[in-house]
Design a protein around this ligand. Sequence first.
Ligand SMILES: O=C(CO)COP(=O)(O)O
Length: 242
Amino acid sequence: MRKIILAGNWKMYKTQAEALEFLEGFKPNAEDAPENREVVLCVPFTALSDLSKNLHGSRIRLGAQNIHWEEAGAYTGEISGPMLTEIGVRYVIIGHSERRQYFGETDETVNLRLKAAQKYGLIPILCVGETKEQRAANETESHILGQLEKDLVDIDQTQLVIAYEPIWAIGTGETCEPDEANRVIGLIRSKLDNKEVTIQYGGSVKPDNIDELMAQPEIDGVLVGGASLTPDSWGKIVNYRA
Ligand SMILES: O=C(CO)COP(=O)(O)O
């Protein structure tokens, strides 16, 4: 069954102290949300351990923002699956456009990271999406399908979340129209072997557009950057009106 997953991506925001302060404010909002909604926070590595200790008995799940494909080794700046699972991490974002754009992530390394996440029992949130130029050139479909074809080689589609994040909508305030996001997500689903994969939309999701986005039949959740950083706006998003 397609699961509703609302995930915050904090990117490179919040110190440990700020993360704990956020949690105090957000916890009551999270507990109010209907039970069939999975609420996830993908936070910087430095905040994972402290948040994990403070989440016992809570329904909030933890996510990371990267994972290396090796179990251990000389890979300065990277993090391994066992390091994440040991502290209670359940999800990991892989292939975010910022990793692809600034840190040399390719479809090949995305595929390796996806396999590693699944090997260690983490649920990967695979991000795909087109640039403004690709959209203008009518290449949205071919670009995304090309990403999926390479990223998903030998990946178990029963342990997978996909986020459709049009790059032009990330951090710009320019949201993809809900019916257009629905169309692209429907297309992604049509190409998957498992039609029950949770597929999220991401890109300038806010409290004032969440209801309309979540009303779309193909959209199973959201991946949210800026609006997941305050307990108030993230609380409104996880408590969207069904
Ligand atoms: O990149 C995103 C989530 O991964 C979206 O970021 P914004 O919600 O800030 O546009």
